[in-house]
Design a protein around this ligand. Sequence first.
Ligand SMILES: [Ca+2]
Ligand SMILES: [Ca+2]
Ligand SMILES: [Ca+2]
Length: 137
Amino acid sequence: MKTRTLLISSLLAGLGLLAAPVVTGPKALAASSPIETLDRDSDRTLDLEEVKNAASAEYDQLDKDHDGTLDRKEAGSRIDRKEFSAADADHDGALSKDEYLALVEKLFKKADTNNDGTLDTKEMRSKAGRALERLLR
Ligand SMILES: [Ca+2]
Ligand SMILES: [Ca+2]
Ligand SMILES: [Ca+2]
């Protein structure tokens, strides 16, 4: 897991530009962390609305066959099997957008360790924060 953390950190530091095309807006080009990429009001933290907007856009991109659900194949490695089953509230083997956003919200709250309703850089680096980040890009 250490290697993975390092890899993700260096990816974030070095390849922020690669993540930029997903996001529109002037700040996207200078982005080097999910916070800089997604932080629309530039307060250096992410609130739930910013995160959900990003997750919602990502969901639409992932839903390749546009049937309004995300099956395991479409979700790919973003969500592990256990997480996926837990998030699939109606057990139909796919995630609706509501189910996806509920998972996003759950991870957001888990990552928000000081309960101030926003995620800062440190909180985004937590386990839940990194899991959340995978759902946003
Ligand atoms: Ca689909
Ligand atoms: Ca479902
Ligand atoms: Ca916080």
